[in-house]
Ligand binder design. Structure first.
Ligand code: ZN
Length: 365
């Protein structure tokens, strides 16, 4: 689909992916929004279940996530979330989840990961009606800033759920995604780094010291690495396609200064799948966690590493995601009192995204 020189160019990324994804929009889920599953996804329970047994898994979702609008043909679209919710409902999973809304996210929560000037720039550009963020390939619409903030609040709500004991594990079905967002740069469809904000929030509010962020999205989470590469309290592990967007994540990138040794990148060529990705999780990540001993596990769950995704060339299938999820559960059980949250990142083939997410959520339950 792309040649090597185009892979690292951000504009090539979006231009190519829009073209590649366009046929998908012809399907029945191509519309932005539909009723039905969304209604049933509204929360049924309060956050506070501290008196009772924790639910096996919470689902964090907010209808506001649909209000970040992207141009026709754009792969990162609201239909991604409706496809997921429809599939969870069809598979009988939705009613088994503790359904929670996102919580509010204040400036102080964002500023643990992002610079004040970036927050101001985003607000300014949205207010001016810009349709594209000047820092990178991110679409803007009237409510984008509000939605992005709520998405970060969704990841924080997942932290609250597992740290307060209302659920053992939590999956946040949110958008826009986050792992490409650096302290001062929105890019790769990402505005705020949801997983990173969740990690810092857990440290600030829930007395968690060491956090693992594991990332199986087909793209490297350059933003997450940027934020934590000098921080020994947050371990970032990523498997991703290389060479590919955004061009970071080489094996020799292992963290800097006091954070040296708490970044672990496992890049693999196009065509890689279960053997490489699950192998890296089983061997490299498990061994690293014996030393790091995380107290909270966060998963940057991108399903564009699934076979058939228009934005990647990995070959993972739904069963592989279930097995990866089981491995992450074991890691969380062994080191982190079972506390595992999963935050949606990429995944742009609606059918594949929905079925892989259902496999993932089924393994979280
Ligand atoms: Zn991705």
């Amino acid at each position: 689909m792309l040649d090597g020189t185009m892979l690292l160019d951000r504009r090539a990324f979006i231009g190519t992916v829009v073209a590649a994804a366009a046929p998908l929009l012809l399907g029945p889920l191509g519309g932005c929004r539909r009723e039905g599953a969304l209604d049933t996804a509204l929360p049924e329970s309060d956050m506070d279940r501290s008196d009772g047994e924790p639910a096996a898994c919470a689902l964090i979702y907010d209808p506001l996530f649909l209000e970040h609008l992207t141009p026709p043909g754009h792969p990162e679209r609201a239909a991604r979330l409706t496809a997921i919710l429809d599939r969870l409902e069809a598979d009988g999973l939705l009613h088994r989840l503790l359904r929670l809304r996102a919580r509010s996210c204040e400036d102080e929560d964002l500023l643990r990961c992002h610079l004040p000037g970036y927050l101001e720039q985003l607000e300014r550009e949205v207010a001016r009606g810009r349709r594209r963020l000047s820092t990178g390939d991110v679409s803007l619409s009237e409510r984008t800033s509000e939605v992005a903030r709520r998405a970060a609040g969704g990841a924080m709500a997942a932290v609250d759920a597992v740290c307060r004991g209302s659920a053992r594990r939590a999956f946040a079905a949110l958008r826009p995604p986050g792992h490409h967002a650096t302290p001062q740069t929105g890019m790769g469809f990402c505005i705020f780094n949801n997983a990173a904000i969740a990690a810092r929030y857990a440290q600030a509010v829930h007395d968690v010291e060491r956090v693992l962020i594991a990332d199986w999205d087909v793209h490297h989470g350059n933003g997450t690495q940027d934020i934590f590469e000098a921080d020994p309290t947050v371990f970032y592990f990523s498997t991703h396609q290389s060479p590919w967007y955004p061009g970071t994540g080489a094996a020799h990138e292992v963290g800097v200064g006091p954070g040296e040794g708490t970044v672990l990148n496992r890049p693999f060529p196009a065509g890689s799948g279960r053997e490489q990705v699950l192998g890296a999780f089983e061997d490299d990540l498990v061994a690293a966690m014996q030393r790091f001993e995380p107290q909270l596990v966060i998963l940057s769950a991108g399903f564009d590493s699934r076979r058939g995704d228009p934005l990647g060339h990995f070959t993972l299938d739904d069963e592989d995601f279930a097995d990866l999820t089981a491995l992450m559960r074991n890691l969380a059980d062994e080191h982190a009192g079972g506390r595992l949250i999963s935050v949606l990142e990429g995944g742009y083939d609606l059918e594949g995204l929905a079925s892989a997410t259902a496999a993932h959520v089924g393994a979280l339950l």
